[in-house]
Design a protein. Structure first.
Length: 575
């Protein structure tokens, strides 16, 4: 039984090292794609045409229009050069081009590229002419994405007293088709709207399928070893569910998802590019490219515009930080762009109801993490107390266990029966010492997700050398410790992590155990394993584990001081 307890403890510890990969890689279930006939590629138009009535022969567009184009060819230049129109709000600075009425750049004013004081604002649109620009609109064959749009203004400045503003742009697509785009901004919101009106001034009806595209390079330059456990790529909220689409699913060709699309776009760890269509203005979400550059498009249904009539398509666009409270205010389930995986039920309230409110009082997320750790320790104190006493009781039963092993060493079945009788007689639970670990594992995983994904922790300082709680702690030295592949991100000494390892070793050393010397040595190896595992973890998570270890040491010291008088073991009072 001793061996079983040690093995179980090792398995539970290793579960924290290895099991988290299962929970964090692809943590949100992805619904299977719609079934298609073998060798066929379903297009957005094909899906919409199934329910379309027969069209009049007088219509100029073909009865079966082509699929929604995923991207205009960057090789074809616009008819004439266009101006850049700059829009300033309190939250971001955006630059639109008259060429395609596309978004050339968008820089966030309240977020930086790095923790350096002179770091520029965070760019969430960082495209170039070779890749193309987002928010280009097409309407079948009649309206291309590279139209020249004449803007009514040379710029908008909504900072200060001016709260809202509109950018109006018009284009003549030829054949009697005129396109008007109206961008509307609110200086206090990352959300802006774009209403696109297609006017038919020709003498005959026309047909087309609307399409609004995005060009998506990754948000972050460089990488963090811990980021490998987070999804980054095309994402949508379709048919009431969050949908993630890994790049491997559209590497060999475009992939299309259909249904009720509340929003769709591309997510990084902390930032999101999303388009929220009006209810009837998007029926398909199509992706192509790879993880270095992903092109996504929202496609509508086949539309017919009569002579002299017009059709307006409405979209809202969100290019900004994934801050749950702000996303909840927008609605449309946009807050589910932040996904904490299997432990979302713990992580979301942990952030919203605990960590953020405490931060607003203490104004330091490191201090807030310490307070949250103390609160959790107080809540789990009775469970930990019971587990530690059970381990101490098991230790005191060890002499009797040794005698039973000697007496029944040739009869394993009888030995197990007598050991179970011993536990029953003195009311000792051999699994009691593992209970605190079992309880803490969900909290550990939930807090890990919070500290790794919450925009609030990005570049949040604690004290001394810890300037970013979302990054590994590194104390700068007079020399640099180089990177060791993905095993260790260099640049300094991981002081906080080493302190955590020492505290864990000391905690293990004073923890009561009934294991033999060999098994005890195996258990003492666990702090070393954990230290290596935590080297690239966010400093905030290491801080949590260090404080938790120190509190556990305090609790064990208090139990050890209680003595025999207050902890009667062999009187049938153990648990």
């Amino acid at each position: 039984m001793d061996t079983s307890r040690v093995l179980l403890a090792i398995v539970l510890s290793v579960a924290i090292i290895l099991g988290w990969q299962y929970f964090f890689i692809g943590s949100s279930p992805i619904p299977p794609p719609a079934k298609q006939a073998a060798g066929q590629e379903q297009t957005p138009v094909a899906a919409s045409q199934a329910n379309e009535p027969a069209k009049s022969p007088a219509m100029t567009a073909p009865a079966s229009p082509p699929p929604v184009p995923l991207a205009t060819s960057p090789a074809s230049p616009p008819a004439k050069p266009g101006r850049d129109i700059t829009v300033h709000t309190d939250l971001f600075t955006a630059v639109f081009s008259e060429n395609g009425a596309a978004l050339k750049s968008l820089t966030l004013n309240r977020y930086r590229e790095s923790v350096k004081k002179d770091a520029p604002g965070k760019e969430v649109v960082t495209n170039n002419p070779e890749d193309g620009y987002p928010l280009k609109f097409s309407w079948g064959d009649l309206v291309g994405g590279d139209l020249f749009y004449q803007a009514e203004t040379t710029g908008l400045d909504l900072r200060g007293e001016t709260k809202t503003g509109t950018l109006l742009m018009r284009a003549d697509a030829g054949n009697g088709i005129v396109v008007e785009r109206r961008y509307s901004f609110d200086t206090g919101s990352y959300l802006f709207s774009v209403d696109i009106t297609v006017k038919n001034s020709s003498g005959h009806p026309v047909q087309g399928v609307p399409g609004l595209e995005q060009i998506n390079p990754p948000f972050e330059r460089g990488s963090n070893p811990a980021d490998r456990f987070l999804f980054k790529g095309p994402i949508a909220f379709i048919n009431g569910k969050r949908l993630e689409v890994p790049a491997k699913e559209f590497a060999s060709g475009p992939k299309t998802e259909q249904g009720n699309i509340e929003w769709a776009g591309y997510e990084g760890n902390y930032f999101l590019r999303a388009v929220l269509p009006q209810e009837a203005d998007a029926a398909t979400f199509t992706m192509r490219g790879d993880d270095k550059l992903t092109i996504t498009s929202l496609g509508g249904k086949l539309e017919t515009i009569a002579p002299g009539a017009e059709k307006t398509y409405g979209y809202q666009v969100f290019y900004g930080p994934k801050k749950i409270r702000d996303l909840q205010k927008i609605g449309r389930n946009l807050e589910y762009s932040v996904d904490f995986g299997w432990f979302d039920i713990l992580a979301r309230p942990m952030l919203i109801w605990l960590l953020n409110p405490i931060y607003h009082v203490v104004k330091n997320y490191g201090v807030a993490i310490i307070i949250v750790t103390i609160l959790f320790k107080l809540i789990l104190w009775p469970v930990s107390q019971k587990g530690l006493k059970s381990m101490k009781n098991m230790q005191k039963l060890q002499p009797k266990m040794v005698k039973l092993k000697e007496k029944y060493k040739g009869d394993p079945t009888r030995l197990n029966q007598e050991v179970m009788n011993l536990y029953k007689t003195y009311k000792v639970n051999p699994m009691g010492g593992c209970l605190p670990i079992l309880v803490q594992i969900p909290i550990f995983f939930a807090l890990y997700k919070v500290l790794l994904q919450s925009i609030e922790l990005r570049h949040a300082p604690f004290m001394l050398w810890i300037s970013d709680l979302s990054a590994p702690d590194r104390l700068p030295l007079w020399f640099d410790i180089p990177d060791i592949g993905s095993f260790y991100v260099g640049g300094g000494l991981p002081v906080l992590t080493l302190l955590m390892g020492v505290s864990m070793w000391y905690q293990q050393k004073i923890t009561p155990t009934s294991a033999d010397p060999t098994q005890a040595k195996i258990m003492m190896f666990m702090p070393v394993l954990f230290t290596f595992m935590f080297l690239n973890f966010p400093a905030g998570l290491v801080l949590y584990w260090l404080v938790n270890n120190l509190l556990s040491i305090l609790q064990q010291k208090l139990i050890l001081r209680e003595g025999e008088k207050n902890t009667p073991v062999l009187q049938g009072g153990g648990s």
